[in-house]
Design a protein around this ligand. Structure first.
Ligand code: NAD
Length: 468
């Protein structure tokens, strides 16, 4: 689905008209184009508070990038960037800054008290106006839940407010701001997450916090096809977000089983044929669905690695006007079926070591939405399910959720015009996301290097004003 306003406002006449009328002027977002594309280019500036623990990880990731890396602390703390081949240069940020930055990365892991927060101001105040279009702000802190002293927890929690506020200020440039909270001594787990949040793959992810814990699986040996050898199940794969997830996981090397309801078979077959995958006709709410899926995975592949519960429906009505089958269907498709499928796969030990389960929630599940008591209930239940399962899973298996905001699909095309336009614009980037934005975030969860990412709910919503 196309966003006509975005196109018009990016013509010379449209831009002037929007400015004079005070209308939003969304910037077209850069998205990932080719597998061999550098994850970041241009000028990247790195800063750190005293006691920084993630600087080595930042240095080794950026050292292998195509970016010109500079550091603002006056000391060459980015030793790993030199080791990796791309040596960081010092930059006096209190002097004249001539360049535009494609990313401003700050290691705040060493912050121990609220006084230390001043280092954020010192780094970002002179540089934030030099942020280019589609640029990235990335802050790395320590998970407050792992801080023993309240003063340290306060400083680390404060980073969330900082990043969310910055995201709102820089969104008009198509730029994003995000926060990674690592576990103590967890810097070895950061690689795939730093790459994702600095790259065009996270174009529509802003104002988000990801917790990165202990990693069990090693980083992929082939960064161009990190999922090679993995088998993925994608439900609802015939169109919209599901089709894009199937294509993105296949691009990253996975073999995909695409699943959809029998009436969608023709469309599904087109998607799976194009990626050399397999199509499975199945209504996930049928009593026999979990067994059918498990049998299929066992027969064709001997098991499964990645389970993406994407299929979803809306059946909107205000609660008093809602027929009972609207309630039942919405809960069954969006919530119960996921749990029953996982149960069957686990029970038969078909989900392999270092497997991944990804569920799709929604910002409606976080904030609630008018006319969607059924859908909001189900999508909120998804979050509860993910958080509880994350604590129980073994063998390196992780579970995470994506909560999309307004994504341009047939589901959102069916909305009344005024609600659709409001959904598109009410976020820091003033536009809707594309299905691929959700798919890229799922590919990040599925990356072998992301095995420390567990129990997260990351919103792909352009930092929607709705909800937290
Ligand atoms: P869509 O309606 O375009 O696609 C959903 C797919 O799920 C369809 O192919 C459909 O046939 C399939 N499906 C529905 N019921 C099924 C069943 N019982 N068994 C098997 N397959 C079934 O929707 P979309 O916009 O691509 O959404 C994908 C997911 O993202 C859904 O879970 C949705 O709730 C969620 N989501 C979407 C948005 C958005 O803005 N589009 C926002 C938040 C969350």
């Amino acid at each position: 689905m196309s966003d006509l306003y975005l196109k018009i406002v990016n013509t010379p006449v449209g831009k002037t008209a929007a400015q004079s009328l005070g209308l939003p002027s969304p910037v077209p977002l850069n998205r990932w184009k080719r597998s061999d594309q550098p994850f970041i280019e241009g000028n990247v500036l790195v800063g750190a508070a005293a006691g920084a623990k993630a600087i080595g990880a930042i240095g080794s990731v950026l050292g292998a990038s195509a970016a010109k890396v500079q550091h603002a602390d006056g000391k060459d703390t980015l030793k790993d960037s030199a080791k990796a081949g791309n040596k960081a240069q010092p930059l006096d940020i209190n002097g004249e800054i001539s360049e535009k930055f494609s990313a401003l990365v700050f290691d705040a892991t060493g912050m121990k008290s609220p006084e230390d927060l001043r280092a954020l101001y010192d780094f970002y105040h002179p540089t934030i106006k030099k942020l280019g279009g589609n640029a990235r702000v990335l802050v790395i802190g320590q998970d407050p839940a792992t801080c023993r002293k309240p003063a340290q927890a306060a400083a680390q929690q404060a980073l969330e407010g900082f990043v969310r506020a910055v995201g709102k200020e820089i969104g008009k440039k198509g730029a994003t701001a995000n926060l990674l909270w690592m576990a103590p001594s967890g810097d070895k787990q950061l690689d795939s997450s730093i790459r994702f949040f600095l790259s065009p793959r996270s174009a529509y992810v802003s104002g988000q916090v990801a917790r990165i814990g202990k990693r069990t699986e090693t980083a992929p040996t082939n960064p161009v096809a990190p999922l090679s050898g993995k088998v993925a199940l994608v439900t609802g794969a015939s169109r919209g977000i599901g089709a894009s997830i199937a294509e993105t996981l296949a691009r990253d090397g996975a073999t995909v089983i695409g699943l959809d309801i029998p009436p969608a078979m023709e469309e599904l077959q087109k998607v799976t044929d194009a990626i050399k995958g397999k199509a499975l006709a199945c209504d996930i709410t049928d009593a026999g669905a979990p067994k059918l899926i498990a049998d299929f995975a066992e027969e064709h592949f001997g098991g499964i690695d990645l389970v993406i519960h994407n299929a979803g429906i809306t059946r909107d009505k205000t609660l008093g006007n809602m027929p009972e089958h609207f309630w039942d269907m919405t809960i069954a498709v969006n919530l119960s079926a996921e749990e029953l499928i996982d149960e069957e796969l686990m029970h038969r030990e078909l989900l392999r070591e270092n497997g991944r389960i990804v569920c799709i929630s929604s910002i409606s599940g976080i904030a609630g939405n008018f006319g969607q008591t059924n859908y909001s209930t189900a999508k909120s239940g998804v979050i509860g399910y993910v958080e509880a399962m994350a604590k129980q899973l073994k063998n390196g298996i992780t579970i995470n959720a994506i909560a999309p905001g307004f994504i341009e699909t047939q589901m959102t095309a069916a909305m009344p015009l005024t609600i659709r336009e409001a959904g598109r614009r009410m976020n820091s980037l003033s536009q809707g996301g594309q299905p691929v934005d959700v798919a890229e975030a799922i590919a990040w969860y599925c990356n072998p290097g992301s095995s420390g990412v567990n129990g997260n709910v990351v919103r792909v919503c352009g930092q929607s004003l709705i909800g937290k």
